[in-house]
Design a protein around this ligand. Sequence first.
Ligand code: MLT
Ligand code: MN
Ligand code: ZN
Length: 301
Amino acid sequence: MRVLILGSAAGGGLPQWNCGCANCRAARERGLDRTQSTVAISADGERWILLNASPDLRQQLARHAALWPRSARGTPIRAVVLTDGEIDHTLGLLLLRENGSPLPVYAPAGVAALLRAEWPLFRVLGAYSGVEARRLPEREAVALADAAGAPLGITCTTVAVARRPPRYASATSAGPFDVGLRLRDDRTGGTLAYVPTARGVDPAVELVARAADLLLFDGTFWSDGELRALGVAAPSAREMGHLPVGDPGGSLAELPRLGAKRTVLVHINNTNPILAANSPERRALEASRIEVAEDGMEFEL
Ligand code: MLT
Ligand code: MN
Ligand code: ZN
C-alpha cells in the first residue's frame, strides 16, 4: 500500500490566517506551509482513496503527480473515507463536486447523519456530482470498492474513539462522531492505522493500532492548555477531544506500547512546539522514535 500524507496540519493549517503565534510567524517569514489534515492511499498506485477531505484539497491534489487526472475528467480518486465530520476533514468534499459521477464516501453512521442534516454537504452535493454514501459499521472489515463495486485491494475496519460531536452539532447524540481506521492491503498484508483524533490511547485505539506497520496518530496539541496559554479563549485539548502529546499520560508516553513499526504524528495544530525542529519537545519525541509528519511524506507498506 502506498500512503501519501497530503496535509499534516490540524484545522487552520500553518500559518493560520488569523494567528500570530511563534510557529505561524516563523512560517510566514520562511515561506513554510502545512496544509490541513488529509491522507491518500492506494494498493496499486493507480486507484486512490482519500482519508478525509481537507479545505486544501485542490492544492494537495495538484502537488502529487500520482493524483493527477489521466484524461479529461479522468481522476484516479475512487473513494473517500471519513473519520469524522469536522469541517477540516470534510469541507474538501465540496471541492470534488465536478466529479463525473457520484463519489463513494465511506463514513461512520453518526458522521453520515451530520452530513445530511447539521452540515448538509451530502444534500448540497446532490445537485452536483452527488455522493454515494456507504456505511462503515463499527468493528466490521469492509472491502473498499470503487463506484462500480470493484474492490480497491484495501480492507478497512473502524473503531469509535470516544469524542464529542462537532461544535456545529453540539446537541446531537447519535454517534459515532469519530473513528480510528485500520487499513490492510489485501495483497501485501501491510497495515496502516489512521487515528487523527483521539481522546486517549484506550482499548479502541489499541484495537486498530496494535503492531501496525504505520500508525498515524493525533498530534494536535503538546499540552492541554496550549491555546489558553497564548491568550486564546478556547477549550483545552482534552475538552476538544485531543490527547495532548507531552502531558502526563499523553501520547508521547502511551504510544510506544502499541508496538507500531513506525509512529508518525499528524493533524498538528500550528501552536504545537513540536513544529519547531530544534525545540526540546521535538527532541523528546525523537528520543522515543516518534516522528512528526510533513506534507508530502510517503510510505510503502
Ligand atoms: C478538531 O479536530 O477538534 C476540530 O477540527 C476543531 C475545529 O476546527 O473545530
Ligand atoms: Mn480537526
Ligand atoms: Zn499559530
